[in-house]
Structures are given as structure tokens and as C-alpha cells.
Design a protein around this ligand. Structure first.
Ligand code: TSJ
Length: 642
């Protein structure tokens, strides 16, 4: 082949590469899900996933993630270093292929380069395309290699920039997310912390270090779990009371699927089963989760019948057996197929059988050897079954009642007159007196008020029958119109915004958290789809020469004072509760859509397990973890978003 021809081919490849990465920049959402904060954080996970693959290959044990000044991310591993040899097909060094060719996969140079299965299985080239600049440094065989890219384009061919000790090896990637692409380029330490902790649990023996160097005061977290998902379960049950001391563990390989399951019941009522494929969360479950559930239901029922704890004619439902269950189901598959609208559901049918067989086999043996554990779980399940039966009756009753009385809205609800949900909002207000002011203050056409009296039930500590029997909860369910449980239908939601309005003090924060816990556990779609808000009443009122200002934070009060001057003409009032405001003030400061401040509640869907820990820690019965959580987070909590 002549040199000329070679160049011509190289040119054609280059054009293809640029077109590929241009496509990523044109439609970033197709490759990373979104260009919101969530997509931004995905860039980091995507790069870290590659280092995790190296750890899974047994070639790396430490991964460091640094958030640098100006939100530049650096990921360092001590693996073999991305191969630098020329890939025959493209004539480029393998590392350049990794960063510039979309969906790079297959075999390159000496070793194979496997594309890591991020949320959309996209790999490092997508991160490169969406970064203003990215640099990769490879330590390998005594040399240090480097290449730099800007918005995906190669700045210079891979070069040797120096020498290193012959036994040093590893890969370092540094990048700056592109502000032209992302709505937001500031990373949230806590969001990264949670997902990286999860990754460390899922990859035993890898040490992941997260370091934030943006502020004077450097923060660092180290995650290293020798027990892997067993420790994950212990962590999730922290702050709860385990029903038995063991974490039950099943592991093995079947039909090309590597299966790992860890589980332990606690004495609570929530199910916390989290599933993963190749270390990626599958919030919508899929075949692996179905396999696990089948195995669990079947094995416990078989055991119960064989040991005369249930009659042959009786059986326990899966839901009853999973009451209070915390479990991790983790599978590793060569070619995962993701299904569903958000591609978060595992489709591979071999995973169902693999998990089902493996768990059935190993759990059967475990229960035979630990009859005490079996008995405790079965007793709890039978109680759950009774409670569920009672709850169903209560629900059927309300269902029948609402069929008779039309909508049967709660008596305390002051509804709005507009019947188009798009225009409507409902304020959930603590206490009758604040509820009274809110009713006077509101815009009757579009704003409904539901006052709640007394302490809201803590749904973390109650069984279904009690929850459905609770008057305040019943009032919310009927007012929202969506139904609940298997009846839940978000299209029936009667208000576009559900606004929680409580006092700006500790009690108010507690009530907000109780309400959010209820919504998160029973109607998570309302939060997911952005319908839930927290109202923000002002903390201060400043009066000066008949003019009035409101401040929603101490900083804001400072700013106002700076503007108007600090002297004895100022009259400053510190609001302790909504009750101190008259209706007009409440309208002006907290309810008028033109002037109010609302905070939308959102949740980090990339680590839902962590969200459960937060709620348990805040609402569970053990004091010590709660105190730790508050101390650890007090400094950093800017708002109460969950
Ligand atoms: F995604 C990425 F490219 F940006 C990236 C890759 C980022 C980071 C932080 C690390 C890595 C990475 C890749 N670390 N280690 C590796 N290893 C390989 O690519 C590798 C090395 C040697 C061999 C071999 O067969 O000799 C094979 C592979 C896949």
C-alpha cells in the first residue's frame, strides 16, 4: 500500500470520527440522558466505570476522584494504563480510539478494550466530546504518555512527555465539562459521594477516594469495603434493628451470569431491594430482580409448608415476605440488554433463571441450617399478611365510599374553583391557625388549602393498616386524587403543584420531613415528576419609614441592611412561625406566585439506596446515626432537597 493511499484512508477515518463526536455534541441527551446536573455527574461515573473495569480485571485497587478548582475533574487509577499501541484498523493508538471513536469496542492492539456499561453504555469518547478540554496521562513501561483533546478534537498526536519508574502504571484522566452543553457545571460533592460509595460496595476490595479541592477546606472521603455487598446491606440497615444477626449471602456463576445476593430483614415495614447490572443501578428492575423475587417467595413458602408453619392451602405473597427486607441483587453479564423507556431495566432472560436457581438452591440450604431465622421471617410475613388484609379492607371501604359520594373530598380541604389541574396548586399547611390565614390569603381560583392537625404519622414506623387508617394521610390521598398503591394514577392528580408550607423552625423542618417521607414512600412519582415543592416563608421583616422588606435568609437580611443603611430607623422582626403573619403578609411573602420563593423537591435517582438511608436516618428510631448525619451534613446542607 502506498503512503498516499494510507493518508487518504486516514483522512476518511478522521472525518468519520469528527462526525461521530459532532453528533454527540448536537444531541447530548441521546448519549448521557440529559444535560442537567444529572448528566453532568454522569460524566464522572462514566470515566470511573472504566477504572472499575480495570479493578474487576484484577489489575487496579485504588481509584481517586478529585473535584478541582473550577470544577475540573481528575480520575486516577493504578491499573495497567490504557494501551498505547497502534490499533490496526484505524492506524491510531488504542487510547486515541478510546477517546475519539463513538462506541469504541472490540479488540485493539495487544489487549481487548471493553466498553464499560454506563447508563447508556457510551464510554469515554462521549465524555471527551462534551468537555471543553480533556487530558489523558498514561504511566506504562517506564514512560509517561499524554494526549489532549478540545471539544473532542485531538490537539496533538499521543506523545511521550517523560519517564517514570519502571514499575509505575496507571491512567489519569482530567476534564472540564462544557458549559455550552450543560445547564450546570458545578458538581455536588454529596451526589458524587453517594454514587462512589455505592460503586465501592459493589466492587469489593477497590478503594475509592473522593477529594474536593474547590474550597480552602479540603474534604476527602475514602470508601473501601472488603465485605462488598454484605457490608452494603449492613450499611443500609444501619439505624434499623435487624431481625437476625446474619447477612444472608448467595454467590455463584450460572449460564454465563455471575450472581451475588446479600440480604437481611429488619423489624421495619419497608422493602429496600436494590438491583444492579455490571455495577449500574437498575431502578426499574428487570429479569434479575424477577428471578430473585421468585426464588425468595418460593423458597420461604416451601420451607413453611415442609415445616408445618403454613397449611398446604395457605401461601404468603412475595410482598409479605419482603416486608422489612433489605437486599442487594448484583449480576455481571457480558452483554447486558437494557429495556424500558429509560433503559434502566434488564432484559436478558438468562439472568432470571440464573438468579432464581442460585438463590433458591443456596437459600434453601441456609434456611435448613438456620431454622431460627426462617421462623422469625415467616412470623413477620404472616403478620404482614394480616395487616395487608386489613389495609385492603379499609381501602376498599374508602373506594366504595368515594364511588357513592362522587369525589368525597376531605372536609378540611378548602378547594380551588378552577378545575383544570394545570392551573391548580394545593398548600399542605401545618396547624389550623396557619391554615386559617392561608385560606383567607389564597387565590381562591387556583390555590387549595389543606390544613393538617397535630403530628403527622411517621410512615417509617407504621404498618400499612395504620397508615391507611390515619386521618391526615387519608385527607391527602383523597385531595390529590391519584389513589395510592396499585391504584396510583398520576394522570388523576388534581393539582400541578403540591406545596408543603411549615414554620421556618426545627419543628417545621421535622413536619416537612415527615410529609416528604410519606410522599417518597407512597407516591414517589409525584416527586420524580417535579410536582412537590417546599414553600419558603421569610425569616425577617424589616420596616423603615413605612417601607417593608422581607428576608428569606441571614445573608439576604445583611444585603438589605447594606442597601438601606443600618440605624435605629430600622424595625426588624424575626418570624418564628407562619402564625405571626397576617393573611396579607402571608400572601405577599409566601403564596403570591409573582413574589414567593418555592423550592422544588428532587431526588438523586442514581443512588436511591442512599435516599433510603437518609430517610431512615432522619426518621428511624435510633438516635446516634441521626445525630451523626446532622452533624456531618449541617455545614453543607443548603436546602432540604432530598
Ligand atoms: F475511560 C477512560 F478511558 F477514560 C479511562 C480508562 C479512564 C480511567 C480513569 C481509567 C481507564 C483505564 C483503562 N484504566 N485502566 C484501563 N485499562 C485498559 O484500558 C487496559 C489495559 C491493559 C490491557 C491489556 O490487555 O494489557 C487491556 C486494557 C483494557
Amino acid at each position: 500500500m502506498s503512503t498516499e493511499q494510507n493518508n487518504a484512508e486516514y483522512g476518511a477515518d478522521q472525518i468519520q470520527i469528527l462526525e461521530g463526536l459532532e453528533a454527540v455534541r448536537k444531541r447530548p441527551g441521546m448519549y448521557i440522558g440529559s444535560t442537567s446536573s444529572r448528566g453532568l455527574h454522569h460524566l464522572v461515573y462514566e470515566i470511573v466505570d472504566n477504572a472499575i473495569d480495570e479493578a474487576l480485571a484484577g489489575a487496579c485497587d485504588t481509584i481517586k476522584v478529585i473535584i478541582g478548582k473550577d470544577d475540573v475533574i481528575t480520575v486516577v487509577d493504578n491499573g495497567r494504563g490504557i494501551p498505547v499501541g497502534i490499533n490496526h484498523k484505524s492506524g491510531l493508538p488504542a487510547v486515541e480510539v478510546v477517546f475519539t471513536i463513538l462506541h469504541a469496542g472490540g479488540k485493539f492492539g495487544g489487549g481487548g478494550y471493553k466498553v464499560s456499561g454506563g447508563l447508556h453504555g457510551v464510554g469515554a469518547s462521549v465524555v471527551n466530546a462534551l468537555s471543553t478540554w480533556l487530558e489523558v496521562t498514561i504511566y506504562k513501561e517506564g514512560k509517561i504518555y499524554r494526549q489532549r483533546y478540545e471539544r473532542g478534537k485531538v490537539c496533538y498526536p499521543l506523545k511521550v512527555i517523560g519517564e517514570c519508574e519502571p514499575d509505575r502504571h496507571g491512567t489519569t484522566v482530567t476534564f472540564k465539562a462544557d458549559g455550552e452543553i450543560f445547564e450546570e457545571t458545578v458538581y455536588d460533592f454529596n451526589v458524587l459521594k453517594q454514587r462512589l460509595r455505592e460503586m465501592a460496595f459493589l466492587t469489593k476490595n477497590v478503594k475509592i477516594i473522593l477529594r474536593d479541592e474547590r474550597e480552602e477546606e479540603i474534604r476527602e472521603k475514602v470508601f473501601h469495603y472488603e465485605g462488598g455487598i454484605r457490608e452494603f446491606v449492613t450499611y443500609l440497615n444501619k439505624g434499623k434493628t435487624p431481625l437476625y444477626p446474619d447477612v444472608i449471602y448467595c454467590e455463584g456463576m450460572k449460564d454465563g451470569v455471575y450472581v451475588e445476593v446479600a440480604m437481611q430483614h429488619n423489624d421495619g415495614f419497608n422493602e429496600g431491594v436494590y438491583s444492579f447490572v455490571n455495577n449500574i443501578t437498575t431502578p426499574e428492575g428487570g429479569t434479575h430482580l424477577t428471578g430473585f423475587r421468585n426464588a425468595l417467595t418460593k423458597t420461604f413458602n416451601n420451607y413453611a409448608k415442609a415445616n408445618k408453619l403454613l397449611k398446604d392451602s395457605e401461601s404468603l405473597s412475595g410482598e409479605d415476605i419482603r416486608e422489612g427486607l433489605t437486599a442487594i441483587v448484583s449480576v455481571k453479564i457480558g452483554e447486558p440488554q437494557f429495556e424500558g423507556q429509560t433503559k434502566q431495566k434488564l432484559g436478558n432472560s438468562e439472568a432470571r433463571g440464573a438468579v432464581d436457581n442460585l438463590v433458591s438452591e443456596q437459600l434453601t440450604i441456609y434456611l435448613e441450617q438456620h431454622p431460627q431465622v426462617a421462623k422469625l421471617v415467616l412470623e413477620k410475613s404472616i403478620m404482614a399478611q394480616r395487616a395487608r388484609e386489613a389495609a385492603r379492607k379499609a381501602r376498599d371501604l374508602t373506594r366504595r365510599k368515594s364511588a357513592l359520594d362522587g369525589l368525597a373530598l376531605p372536609g378540611k380541604l378548602a378547594d380551588c374553583s378552577d378545575k383544570d389541574p394545570k392551573n391548580c396548586e394545593i398548600y399542605i399547611v401545618e396547624g389550623d391557625s396557619a391554615g386559617g390565614s392561608a385560606k383567607t390569603a389564597r387565590d381562591r381560583a387556583t390555590q387549595a388549602i389543606l390544613p393538617l392537625r397535630g403530628k403527622i404519622l411517621n410512615v417509617e414506623k407504621a404498618r400499612l393498616d395504620k397508615i391507611y387508617g390515619n386521618a391526615e394521610i387519608k385527607a391527602m390521598i383523597t385531595a390529590f386524587g391519584t389513589g395510592i398503591h396499585e391504584d396510583f394514577d398520576i394522570t388523576k392528580l388534581r393539582y400541578d403543584k403540591i406545596i408543603i408550607m411549615t414554620d421556618a423552625d426545627v419543628d417545621g423542618a421535622h413536619i416537612s420531613t415527615l410529609l416528604l417521607t410519606f410522599l417518597y414512600r407512597f407516591m414517589p412519582d409525584l416527586i420524580r415528576e417535579g410536582h412537590v415543592y417546599l414553600a419558603q416563608p421569610p425569616l425577617y421583616k424589616l420596616e423603615r419609614n413605612k417601607k417593608v422588606w422581607y428576608a428569606y435568609s441571614d445573608e439576604q437580611l445583611g444585603e438589605i441592611l447594606k442597601e438601606v443603611g443600618r440605624d435605629q430607623n430600622n424595625k426588624i422582626q424575626r418570624y418564628k412561625g407562619l402564625g405571626e403573619m397576617d393573611a396579607e403578609q402571608l400572601w405577599e411573602t409566601t403564596m403570591d406566585p409573582e413574589r414567593r420563593v418555592l423550592r422544588r423537591v428532587n431526588m438523586d435517582e442514581d443512588s436511591t439506596s442512599e435516599l433510603d438511608v437518609t430517610f431512615t436516618t432522619l426518621m428511624g428510631d435510633q438516635v446516634e446515626p441521626r445525630r451523626e448525619f446532622i452533624e456531618e451534613n449541617a455545614k453543607y446542607v443548603k436546602n432540604l432537597d432530598i
